[in-house]
Ligand binder design. Structure first.
Ligand code: SF4
Length: 248
């Protein structure tokens, strides 16, 4: 399948997969940013994001939206970009869509305030809000990609759940629809590590398409099953047979 658009841009910028050798010959602005962020710890990375002016979105943001949750989490959830409420509060997935996400996480025994095996970290592909919530431009994705890459490298999640068409296509480098990508575990590689990726709908989409909520729950169950295969399951984790999880 041909790789085009923002997905290809992120792929190149992150240096993931078979295209990494190609990129080494011609460093891009995103590549320079990646080199600059490669040594940063969490606090240094957050400061770098807060000061970033690498794309035009810096001119219209109220503030950057770095991420939320435990920096020791084994679960990572990735969305598209901040919306108006996220831009105002500086935290991803607040407002109505955020509450739905929190409900889904809680039903799975997870949460942004949790610790240990129940902890999650939530971030977006873009750290600044596109004006009017328009779709991100490829150049913006490329400029911001080093930050997401470093977040993944620092977190080293055992599983990534990617939410929504844009983030999915960017991370998996495809133009395929969410419907065609759901239901199986994908994989991305960053550096020497590989990460399983499960695709699901964006909570904002689910608010408009309630019939697909059950599909999103199926995706969460797939992610839990994948996670359970990766990690021995103590009795008190969200994946134990006695946990009694139910759809949100
Ligand atoms: Fe920088 Fe990313 Fe914000 Fe663009 S979206 S200004 S690259 S932090």
């Amino acid at each position: 399948m041909a790789v085009t658009g923002s997905g290809a841009t992120l792929w190149h910028a992150l240096g993931m997969g078979p295209l990494w050798r190609e990129r080494a010959a011609a460093p891009s602005p995103a590549r320079s940013g990646m080199q600059a962020t490669a040594q940063l710890d969490w606090d240094g990375l957050e400061q770098a994001v807060a000061a970033c002016t690498a794309c035009v979105l810096c001119r219209t943001r109220t503030q950057t939206v770095f991420g939320v949750g435990s920096r020791n989490a084994t679960w990572m959830f990735i969305g598209e970009a901040p919306g108006a409420e996220e831009d105002a509060r500086g935290e991803p997935f607040v407002g109505q869509a955020g509450r739905l996400l929190d409900n889904m996480l809680a039903a799975a025994g997870l949460g942004r305030e949790c610790t240990g095996e129940k902890a999650v970290y939530i971030a977006n592909v873009l750290k600044c809000r596109p004006p009017g919530n328009r779709n991100p431009e490829a150049a913006e994705v490329a400029a911001c990609a080093p930050f997401l890459q470093r977040q993944i490298e620092l977190l080293q999640p055992r599983i990534i759940v990617v939410m929504g068409r844009f983030a999915t296509q960017a991370l998996l480098v495809t133009d395929a629809s969410i419907a065609s990508l759901r239901g199986r575990v994908h994989e991305i590689s960053i550096g020497a590590r590989r990460y399983p990726v499960v695709v699901t709908y964006h909570p904002a989409y689910l608010l408009r398409n309630l019939a697909d909520k059950s599909k999103s729950w199926d995706d969460m169950c797939l992610a839990r099953a994948c996670y359970a295969r990766l990690v021995p399951t103590p009795a008190d984790t969200p994946f134990s047979a006695s946990s009694g999880t139910t759809p949100p």
